[in-house]
Design a protein around this ligand. Structure first.
Ligand code: NAD
Length: 507
């Protein structure tokens, strides 16, 4: 045993050993148990946001590849659906074991591909394993239903898997989110075509390999890399794909709904957010400060549940903001593989341009840039953690999802005003209320338009609870049994318990 914690150089050296195979072979699609190039022969490059260097080439899937994958998923569906629950459960647990065994490789590759700091990604890999374990243990109850007797009928319900499903994931924490969507689909008995984000293909490939090594039958899990407008679109339009589980931007969700209309696609959307933290003056202000900072500046602020709007009661606003500025200026921006780093670079040039454009928007709209608003000298897409104060609720910085390490503070006088500001937005994913007044917290949570609300807490995910948003933040819920509501169809069977009168037409 050694106490040696790997440092930056150790982590870079280990990463290189894991990247060697990607550099040599690139990333292929995976259809019906086989690695295949795109039918067009086309590839695209994935580059690291840390320094812009090439990681590897990736198969650029299109409609033909999606068609082959959907057919494979359709052919594999009956056997997977009918597999004994104990066998399906055992496979999903073996996937979880495989994730744990390769968690270092997953975390290092994820950091290099996305710019996320290692301190958060090593936990994200393990959370991915937990997702598989949680749903593995639910396989046995996946088909459970109810008994709803009436005077003449014994009515029973049961659930059946909907069929092959398409899963489309974004680039923020792509590994964890992929497990989050794929584990319940497989537990329900669905087969899968996964289209990961084009900006972060590495760990989707590792996850699929782990599943294959765990004994998942061919065709149950197919992986198509490529861009949203071709591979993603083709998946949403494919007749054999019965449902689309999508995580990404609200406007992409809207496109997917249109694309899926002709085939009457069932959709589950986890979309954008501009989530409020509301701090009342009776709260534990030190804990509120820690939570507000963590929820916006961890994961580079590239997090759907981030607390990007901070609503402060005017009686405490000045002091709270002063403490906030001090802390924000001390957040350690650096190489994602440095264990000390708290914030790495943003995912890509386009996103960096979008996030940094808000620095000028804030200034020209009359807000104050109280911290950050600058970019460190670097080849990567680094920005300094940024804080806007003196903002109004109708400003773009208080309304639009920036999806970076950028926080906007607003002030309020009364509870009614706080609620009006919190709800005065198109999104409704999460909300965080800080007060020691129990009745107020209940009243406020009742009025707050959000799918998930925490009181005196940051976002702490508990897998049996429903995860999802209202308004432009999503449709549907994940977690617990709610995931099965999406991946399964309810079936009602009515059995006559006697000879009830049947209307005799034409008798
Ligand atoms: P995005 O919508 O640009 O892309 C997400 C995925 O959709 C990618 O795989 C992309 O290729 C694909 N896609 C794009 N256009 C498509 C189309 N026309 N048809 C089918 N697929 C298409 O999102 P992003 O920029 O990768 O991710 C960031 C967004 O995701 C943010 O808005 C964030 O809030 C949201 N998000 C939400 C949650 C949640 O749980 N609510 C979780 C994580 C991220």
């Amino acid at each position: 045993m050694t106490d040696h914690q790997p440092g930056l150089d150790d982590n870079i050296a280990t990463l290189e050993t894991h990247l060697a195979r990607f550099r040599q072979d690139g990333i292929q699609n995976h259809i019906n148990g086989k690695d295949v190039p795109a039918r067009s022969g086309e590839t695209f490059e994935t580059r690291s946001p840390v320094d812009g260097s090439l990681i590897c080439t990736v198969a650029k899937g299109g409609a033909d590849d999606v068609d082959a994958a959907a057919r494979a998923a359709k052919a594999a569906f009956p056997a997977w659906r009918d597999m004994k629950a104990s066998e399906r459960k055992a496979i999903l647990h073996r996937i979880a074991d495989g994730i744990v065994a390769r968690s270092e490789e997953i975390a290092l590759c994820e950091c290099w591909d996305t710019g996320q700091a290692l301190r958060f990604m090593s936990k994200a890999a393990l959370r991915g394993a937990e997702n598989f374990r949680f749903f593995a243990d639910k396989v046995a109850s996946s088909r459970d239903g109810q008994s709803l007797p009436s005077p003449t009928l014994m009515n029973i319900t049961t659930r059946v898997p909907i069929g092959p499903v398409g899963i489309i994931t974004p680039w923020n924490t792509p590994f964890m989110l992929s497990t989050w969507k794929i584990a319940p689909a497989l537990a329900a008995g669905c087969t899968v075509v996964h289209k990961p984000a084009e900006l972060s293909p590495l760990t989707a490939r590792l996850l699929m390999e782990i599943a294959a090594d765990a004994g998942l039958p061919d065709g149950v899990w197919n992986l198509i890399n490529g861009f949203g407008e071709d591979a993603g679109k083709a998946l949403t339009e494919h007749r054999d794909i019965k449902a689309i589980a999508f995580v990404g931007e609200s406007r992409t969700g809207s496109m997917i709904m249109k694309q899926g209309a002709d085939t009457l696609k069932r959709v589950h959307f986890e979309l954008g957010g501009k989530n409020p933290v509301i701090v009342f003056d009776d709260a534990d202000l030190d804990r509120a400060l820690d939570a507000a900072i963590f929820m916006i500046y961890s994961l580079n602020g590239e997090r759907c549940t981030s607390s990007s709007r901070l609503l402060l009661q005017d009686t405490i606003a000045e002091t709270f903001q002063q403490k906030l500025i001090e802390r924000v200026n001390k957040i350690r921006v650096g190489h994602p593989l440095d264990p000390k780093t708290e914030m790495g670079p943003l995912i890509a040039k386009d996103h960096y341009d979008k996030v940094t454009s808000y620095f000028d928007i804030a200034r020209s709209d009359g807000a104050t840039v109280a911290a950050g608003g600058t970019m460190p000298e670097s080849k990567g897409f680094y920005v300094n953690p940024t804080l806007f104060t003196n903002a109004r609720p109708d400003m773009r910085i208080a309304q639009e999802e920036i999806f970076g390490p950028v926080l906007t503070t607003l002030t309020f006088t009364s509870e009614e005003e706080a609620l009006e500001i919190a709800n005065g937005i198109e999104y409704g994913l999460t909300g965080y209320i800080w007060t020691n007044d129990l009745t107020r917290s209940l009243r406020f949570a009742n009025g707050l338009e959000a799918g998930m609300i925490w009181v005196n807490s940051e976002n702490v995910r508990h897998l049996p609870t429903p995860f999802g948003g209202v308004k432009a933040s999503g449709i549907g819920r994940d977690g617990g049994d709610w995931s099965f509501d999406f991946y399964m169809e309810q079936k009602h069977i009515g059995l006559a318990i006697g000879k009830h009168p049947i209307a005799r037409l034409g008798a």
